[in-house]
Design a protein around this ligand. Structure first.
Ligand code: IMP
Ligand code: MG
Length: 429
């Protein structure tokens, strides 16, 4: 048995796409288990850039199965656009895509409510991606959601849509003075999507567990990151799903006993998009330098990302809540030429020093980072392998390992596949 989960260890955008792409070589099935098209995984292959929002990036490999699991919320319009774009570039293999019938569908009213709620919050906005993710999960948990199974059977869809729209329209009219949504219009639009999607739909957990019993290797592709987890992140400045290791199981229908390795992906520094606390955020020249060197602009929304030093307190927290067995450090090359590097190893809140992430957001907002400084490096040359790493890089990695108690498995030093040093391959562990 060899099933690996790749989890964002920070606030998302850690470069999971690249790590997943790398590990996909050894996997048979790649699974998305949470989130939706709020995610944006950027991949550079043969000088072509691809941004994946919904379909697992494993689709770039012609012989891998890609499954969109039960925990995902699917905007069918976006899914179909993504399929078209992949097909146009010769990368879409129809039989390789599978969609769990129990995944929920993002509806037009989810997108609109997402935006209306953000406007209503004003200065207290969350900074969502505006893709309807939060409302789609609200409807799911509120047992008013429409699942892919409902969507693909016309009679079932019509019934569900009429029932829920009754409710939705009462709400949007009363709260936002909105004119309401027309059932027939949504029905016609979504029926077209349903016809195109039907062939991909199956019993997700049954399929996956069947593959596992056939000794197939599964790779679980996380979206967003630990600090954006709805339970364990900086609530309410979070996304609406469980981005942490527990979400792998609930979002796929695969037991925790079947997961053999959990890899947390972290940049060599930290970024965050959207609002919410971020103790190591840099506002001056250094922040700008990281943003421009690292091209730190959102893959989904294009927003400039907030940039800062590596926060080891948060990374250790991530190691704890996910039970990380390994870490992948990405974008180390972005720090090339920075002579002194800082890593947060504790916080101060008023006069007290703490070395954990407080779950009371008001307290976390008051946390100021306490840094250790380390010597930087000039260049990173992956071609010559681990042995050639400079002492400064080795110390940086060693420091991360000793602080978090987790081994660094992978070091990524550029966007391309060959700009990677693998110390340990989780599929060969
Ligand atoms: P939502 O997921 O669109 O509801 O947005 C909630 C919060 O999560 C906002 O701060 C977003 O910027 C953030 N977020 C959502 N998806 C991603 C992602 O893939 N990368 C980084 N941040 C994300
Ligand atoms: Mg991203």
């Amino acid at each position: 048995m060899n099933n690996v989960a790749v989890i964002g260890a920070q606030w998302g955008d850690e470069g999971k796409g690249k790590i997943v792409d790398l590990l996909t070589e050894s996997a048979d099935v790649i699974v998305r288990f949470q989130g939706g098209n709020n995610a944006g995984h950027t991949l550079v292959v043969n000088n072509e850039k691809f941004i994946f929002h919904l379909i697992p990036s494993g689709m770039l490999h012609k012989d891998k199965i890609c499954l969109i699991g039960p925990g995902v919320v699917i905007d069918p319009k976006v899914l179909l656009e993504e399929i078209d774009n992949l097909a146009k570039h010769g990368y879409f293999v129809e039989k390789n895509l599978k969609i769990s019938g129990t995944a929920h569908v993002i509806m037009p009213y989810h997108r609109e409510i997402d935006i209306l709620l953000e406007q209503k919050r004003g200065a207290k906005k969350i900074g969502t991606t505006g893709r309807g993710i939060g409302p789609a999960y609200e409807y799911k948990v509120g047992r008013r959601g429409i699942r892919v199974w409902d969507l693909i059977y016309p009679g079932q869809f019509k019934q569900k849509l009429n029932d829920v729209l009754d409710d939705v329209n009462d709400y949007v009219k009363a709260v936002f003075g909105h004119r309401g949504f027309d059932a027939n219009r949504i029905y016609s639009e979504y029926s077209v999507y349903a016809d195109k999607i039907r062939k991909f739909v199956l019993e997700g957990p049954l399929y996956l567990n069947g593959e596992i019993s056939k000794k197939k290797k599964i790779l679980f592709e996380g979206a967003q990151g630990t600090m954006l987890d709805v339970d364990h992140g900086t609530y309410p400045f979070v996304t609406s799903s469980n981005t942490t290791a527990g979400g792998v199981c609930t979002g796929s229908g695969v037991s925790p006993t079947k997961i053999t390795e959990i890899i947390g992906v972290s940049k060599a520094y930290t970024t965050r998009v959207g609002e919410g606390p971020f103790p190591t955020e840099l506002f001056g020249e250094m922040g700008d330098r990281i943003r421009s060197m690292g091209a730190e602009y959102g893959a989904t929304t294009g927003r400039p990302r907030r940039c800062g030093w590596l926060d080891l307190v948060a990374l250790k927290y991530s190691a704890m809540v996910n039970g990380l067995t390994g870490i992948a450090i990405t974008k180390a090359d972005v720090l090339n030429g920075v002579s002194r590097l800082k890593l947060a190893t504790s916080y101060t809140v008023e006069d007290e020093k703490i070395d954990y992430v407080p779950s009371n957001i008001a307290e976390f907002e008051r946390c100021k980072p306490v840094y250790e400084e380390m010597e930087g490096w000039d260049t990173l040359d992956p071609a010559t392998g681990p042995g050639s790493l400079s002492p400064a890089v080795k110390s940086y990695i060693g420091f991360i390992e000793s602080y978090t108690g987790v081994k660094v498995y992978i070091l990524s030093v550029g966007a391309e596949r060959d700009k990677t040093i693998v110390f340990k391959d989780p599929f060969k562990a």
